[in-house]
Ligand binder design. Structure first.
Ligand SMILES: [Zn+2]
Length: 536
């Protein structure tokens, strides 16, 4: 085979994230509708062009997501896309539930998947090839007629092209003729190699004029490499998932594909100024999906720029390009050897400005030292904005004077009927008043929350509007079994603001208590006029 002709590199590509649909197929990854909305908000903050939100009609969660999205998601850069399949064999497009559900999802763009490997049509769909082509055409045409923008996922395209290029191309051309805006070539089994991508796209490209998209799985370890090769061959829509989430070995990792394309190939992806959000967004989403980030992940991993050189730190500081393939700050990461000195300082300074705190150089260094020590213990302030604010206020001399806990106690019992009930007692001081309150709950944290609110409620009726919306626990060192460190994250809202607080301890109750009390202190802060923040 002669060498493929290489077209000019595209100036820009559209980043299309499918974490909420394809990525959520990952084992152990389960998202509530609230989680999905937050992940989408993070993706928008990063600045992707498209967010595939889910498959309306496939499960009630995805239906609810699309219902709530218009009111609850204020997307700045991203267009929300609903995913579905073509009409079924032997049915009419306008009578097909899957297509109707797509229209009902109320997005401006949809993506439908169709089979482009002949064997899948014959053996899985059990219909003939002409019908498969008609299914692609009719479905795109139907959706276009309702005014929707349509992206077309050609499932198993690379395997299909190798087996029967004529049929694979018929499917693509049918979708194009019916008005599909992008023809997305999918490597659904994930075993294609870069040189095959080069060759196949060089043969496909002259035959179509619609935008070419890419959707690679990582089963051969080439998800990102194939994506880069696809762009080099002229594709301009790049599908993938944050942190490479996905079924089996995952989808192409956008956290690597985005900086590779931007920094190394000079292809515009997200806005250049937003590239620095890559690492925080990747970590934030990892917290939301409750999967520990991979420290060795390219670009965004905690160790990605941790140079372990047997040299003096300052030598590395002077010539970092000798040790790093790109500057860590470009992707919002930091070089481990100087984490507190460089990236940390500016982040803390910015946050202080945002809070209107006047921190001198000494206080700033103190905060950085404290942050470093706490993060070493297992705290993670990137996702616990509420706790970070409290920590910074404390560094400026402030102490919360709303209440002081004398003690708390919680017991759980299993009753005769098999039910577990928890009962908590808290003793708190508010000024010179001592209040003792006892409450029950369905678990220890729930009982503590109820008792604490009961104790504080008389003095602070505004706490009635505060609700805990999520409670996440992660065991940080699994090698120690039950003696491991536990990190608790609590999300709260008062209907206007949303905040997250954190607690870390070997004792899950203690970690929960810390996150819980911090949440209520943060809530109370919001109701105090700025100049009236109580001081000790
Ligand atoms: Zn896929």
């Amino acid at each position: 085979m002669s060498r493929a002709e290489i077209p000019p590199l595209p100036a820009a590509v559209d980043i299309y994230d499918t974490t909420l649909r394809d990525g959520s197929q990952q084992e152990g990854l389960s998202l509530t509708v609230d989680d999905k909305l937050r992940v989408a908000a993070q993706l928008d903050l990063l600045g992707v062009a498209y967010i595939e939100g889910g498959w309306p009609g496939a499960n009630p969660k995805d239906d609810e997501f699309f219902q709530r999205a218009p009111a609850e998601l204020k997307l700045e850069t991203a267009t929300l896309v609903a995913f579905g399949s073509t009409r079924r064999a032997g049915r009419k497009a306008d009578e097909d539930d899957s297509l109707r559900n797509l229209v009902k999802a109320n997005t401006s763009a949809v993506c439908i998947v169709a089979k482009s490997w002949d064997r899948h049509v014959l053996e899985a769909l059990r219909t003939d090839l002409d019908e498969a082509v008609a299914m692609a055409f009719d479905s795109v045409e139907f959706l276009r007629n309702t005014g929707l923008r349509v992206f077309f996922d050609a499932e198993h395209f690379f395997d299909g092209f190798k087996a029967n290029p004529e049929f694979a191309m018929r499917v693509l051309r049918a979708a194009e003729e019916a008005g599909a805006e992008a023809l997305v070539l999918c490597d659904t089994n994930g075993g294609t190699l870069p040189h095959e991508v080069e060759e196949i796209i060089s043969l496909v490209r002259p035959q179509v004029s619609a935008q070419i998209g890419l959707h690679f799985h990582n089963d051969g370890g080439c998800g990102v490499a194939n994506t880069l090769m696809g762009v080099r061959m002229g594709a301009t829509q790049v599908q993938g998932c944050i942190n490479g989430y996905g079924e089996r070995t995952g989808n192409a990792d956008l956290c690597a594909a985005i900086p590779d394309l931007t920094l190394k190939m000079g292809v515009q992806t997200i806005e250049r100024e937003r590239l620095g959000r890559l690492t925080p967004v990747a970590h934030h989403i990892a917290e939301l999906v409750n999967i520990a980030p991979n420290p060795s992940q390219p670009y965004v991993g905690q160790s990605a720029f941790a140079t372990k050189a047997g040299l003096h730190t300052s030598a590395i500081a002077r010539s970092r390009d000798l040790y790093e393939h790109v500057p860590a700050e470009d992707v919002g990461n930091s070089s481990r050897v100087m984490v507190s000195e460089l990236s940390g300082r500016s982040t803390v300074q910015m946050k202080a400005q945002e809070l209107g705190l006047d921190l001198d150089a000494v206080a700033l260094v103190e905060i950085l030292e404290r942050l470093k020590a706490l993060e070493h213990e297992g705290y993670h302030f990137e996702v616990a904005d509420g706790s970070l604010e409290l920590l910074m206020r404390e560094a400026s001399g402030w102490r919360q004077a709303f209440f002081r806990a004398e003690s708390y106690r919680v017991i759980t019992e299993q009753r005769e009927d098999g039910r577990f009930v928890a009962e908590a007692t808290v003793k708190v001081w508010m000024g010179d008043d001592r209040v003792v309150a006892t409450a029950e709950g369905n678990g220890p944290v729930n009982a503590l929350d109820a008792a604490l609110r009961q104790a504080l409620g008389g003095r602070f009726p505004q706490l009635a509007t505060v609700h805990l919306t999520d409670y996440k626990v992660r065991v940080l060192d699994t090698s120690k079994g039950t003696g491991a460190i536990t990190r608790v994250l609590i999300d709260s809202t008062d209907g206007e603001r949303v905040w997250t607080t954190i607690g870390v301890s070997e004792n899950i109750i203690e970690a929960s208590w810390e996150a819980l009390t911090s949440s209520l202190v943060y809530a109370l802060l919001g109701h105090v006029p700025a100049e009236g923040v109580p001081e000790v």
